[in-house]
Design a protein around this ligand. Structure first.
Ligand code: WT7
Length: 673
């Protein structure tokens, strides 16, 4: 399907889309961009005027220091202002804009028979009830609340309730293991955990409460138990007219700690005054993998995140009042925080909230949901596109996709073949594909096309969003002009950038600002072509992007070496047709341990249990010795080449014992372990 040379062909925005668009052409983009860079105060004040401020800001809209040689790194947005996130995304829509009857979410369960429509008015009521419940359980402003929930409306109620009362949510993706949940709870000393009894993911019933209990037990073992109460939702879809399957879970219950959501929510009021917070008060913590192996608690704050997610949502998806928008991410990731909850609600949008997976009960599920709700804007990940491409045209052509107007992608570079399939088969050549580059740390899109303005090149995230100033540096920190390749960095903050690593300012500064003083360092390699388009080349640190999620090689290595048989482990990436990249692990066993099938299975299970199913290695190979430099550093470049069966290894002169290479080639895994 890829036309040779198509990388160079430009795809222009369809005229129909340009007519009513917020940014109708490229010149308009350039003008607004110029204003956002030259007069950031004027630009962001205008954006802020859409929202409610209990007290207006007193100083400059953005203040910052990005230069470690000049003192601490900081970013402040709207200093002096007070506001409330929940008020802005709900009360403002219901009361000031009269949108109480508008549907905020069409919830679609794991099974197509389970659905529910929730209006803005109803959402506000539920959020207030949940706010009162949390208060009753002792949660106060500034307290951290851990949320370990599947994609059910209660997840949205809880996160917004936290923001209403000034508590800081820390959502942990419900696919993470007990160990990972425990680590995150301890790092941010959460006082409450909110979870559900169980959930179906496809055919598989998952006992969430049991995992949550295991996590709390681990916290207690580590003698720093901070969670005092656990609020437990009984998943409605497990209890339907057709029957109650919840008894399969045998939900463990400890009356001293556990609180039943359904019971308490009925007893509290539907009214709750919002807590007025400072613009720079913390809004939430979200953990992302770090190259040392320990996840980093990325902290976002109230005002800047509100301005940035709402503006990017409005422009990047060219939001219109009659839209039905669907982002397929899980709220447990930043994509869900910014572009399922905050951005869309701030714009009064109607969204699909999808609990299911793309292949259950059949491989046309995504397309069925698009037809069912007449979805106009659809946002998903390259890994999902590649997965669904494999099933050919039949599952797509059964459904009417004529409602679609804009397609989006996020998470990793999209390969041209997937781009063209998405554009031609799903978008029927009618819908621009917005390839949005961003990170947990950036809070929102930073490089992205605008659908009615930017001519597209498949695979390029094109140009910076408003207020964002990218540049490319070489190894020496010199800025490169024109066509260039190097480190992608940003010269100044935008409102939605992270403020610190929770409880660890030092790590924040050393991770993102130390290498090149004066710049925020993304960790991605990048190329700029002759037309100024940016092309993300992928990570240049020890992170691996599996299905759009970053994993740290150090973290996987640590869970492998935790096994009694393993002396040393090294993990590298290997290309994978659906996941993009996958994990290829080299393990050196302790003396007298044998490498066999049982051990491989044990190691895989171990990683899955320590981190979560997304970290399950595809390949585990025996490595009697690892290639190391004379100073003892593992040569990952060589391991990557062995994993990919690249025979020409280049310069090996720094290697202590070149003989290990041949042995490793002999033990190579051809197919998945
Ligand atoms: C890393 C951030 C932001 C939500 C999902 C991932 C890669 C993300 C793109 C894109 C090329 C991309 C980068 C980035 N990435 N979007 N459109 N094109 N690469 O969030 O887990 O914080 O990962 O994902 O490598 O640094 P995350």
């Amino acid at each position: 399907m890829v036309v040779p040379g198509s990388q160079h062909k430009l795809y222009h925005p369809p005229e129909g889309l340009q007519k009513d668009a917020h940014v109708p052409d490229f010149n308009c983009y350039l003008e607004l961009y110029k204003k956002s860079i030259e007069e950031p105060d004027v630009f962001w004040k205008e954006v802020a005027s859409d929202f409610y401020w209990k007290k207006p800001p007193t100083g400059q809209i953005l203040q910052y220091n990005f230069d470690v040689t000049k003192g601490n790194i900081y970013v402040k947005c709207m200093e002096g202002a007070t506001t409330n996130m929940c008020y802005n995304v709900l009360d403002r829509n219901v009361k000031d804009k009269n949108l109480g009857e508008r549907v905020a979410f069409y919830w679609e369960g794991n099974s197509p028979d389970h659905r529910e429509a929730i209006t803005y008015g109803q959402l506000l009521g539920q959020v207030c009830r949940c706010s009162n419940t949390l208060k009753q359980m002792g949660v106060r402003k500034g307290d951290r609340v851990a949320i370990y929930l599947p994609m059910i409306p209660e997840l949205v109620y809880t996160m917004l309730a936290c923001t209403r009362i000034g508590a800081v949510h820390s959502i942990v993706f419900a696919g993470f293991s007990a160990e990972s949940l425990c680590e995150r709870i301890m790092d941010s000393q959460c006082s409450i955990l909110v979870t559900a009894d169980g959930v179906y993911r496809g055919e598989k019933l998952i006992n969430l409460k049991q995992i949550a209990d295991e996590a709390l037990e681990k916290c207690r073992e580590k003698a720093s138990a901070t969670v005092t109460r656990c609020l437990v939702v009984k998943h409605h879809a497990l209890r339907t007219q057709d029957g109650d399957v919840s008894n399969k879970l045998q939900t463990p219950w400890d009356a001293a700690c556990d609180v039943c959501w359904e019971e308490v929510m009925g007893q509290v009021s539907e009214q709750c005054e919002p807590e007025w917070l400072d613009a720079e008060d913390p809004l939430f913590i979200l953990y992302t993998s770090g190259s040392t192996g320990k996840p980093k608690g990325v902290l976002h704050t109230v005002a800047g995140y509100l301005l940035y997610t709402s503006l990017t949502f409005k422009y990047v998806f060219d939001h219109q009042p009659d839209d039905v928008y669907w982002c397929t991410a899980d709220i447990g990731w930043i994509t869900g925080h910014s572009y399922i909850t905050y951005g869309p609600l701030a714009n009064g949008a109607t969204s699909v909230l999808f609990e299911g997976i793309p292949v259950h009960p059949h491989v046309g599920r995504f397309w069925e949901v698009i037809e069912k709700y007449r979805v106009t804007k659809f946002y998903t990940a390259p890994t999902a596109i590649r997965l669904l491409m494999k099933y050919g045209l039949d599952p797509v052509q059964k459904y009417d996709l004529s409602s679609l107007r804009i397609l989006g992608t996020v998470g990793e570079p999209i390969n041209p073949e997937a781009w063209h399939w998405y554009h031609e088969v799903i978008g029927q050549k009618r819908c621009p594909v917005v390839d949005t580059f961003w990170q947990t740390e950036t809070g929102g899109h930073v490089l992205t096309p605008l659908p009615a303005a930017t001519p597209l090149k498949p695979g390029s995230a094109t140009f910076p969003f408003f207020g964002v100033e990218p540049t490319i540096l070489n190894e020496h920190g010199e800025e490169l002009e024109g066509e260039a390749e190097g480190y992608l960095v940003f010269r100044r903050p935008w409102p939605g950038i992270m403020r610190t690593v929770y409880g660890n300012q030092e790590r924040f500064e050393s991770t993102y600002f130390k290498k090149f003083p004066g710049f925020y360092v993304t960790g991605d390699g990048c190329r700029r072509d002759k037309d100024g388009y940016y092309w993300i080349a992928g990570r240049i640190d020890d992170m691996i992007n599996v299905s759009g999620h970053l994993l740290s090689t150090a973290e996987v290595e640590a869970s492998l070496t935790d096994h009694g048989a393993v002396a040393e482990a090294a993990v590298v990436s290997r290309p994978h047709t659906v996941k993009g990249e996958c994990l290829y692990c080299f393990v050196t066993l302790k003396d007298c341990r044998e490498f066999n099938r049982t051990l491989v299975d044990e190691l895989k299970r171990q990683v899955r249990e320590k981190i979560g199913p997304i970290a399950t290695p595809d390949f585990i190979q025996n490595a009697p010795g690892l290639p190391k430099t004379r100073s003892g550093k593992i040569m990952r470049r060589v391991l990557r080449q062995i994993a990919r069966n690249e025979k020409d290894l280049g310069d090996l002169s720094t290697m202590a014992d070149p003989k290990v290479v041949e042995v490793l080639f002999n033990h190579r895994c051809e197919t998945a372990s």
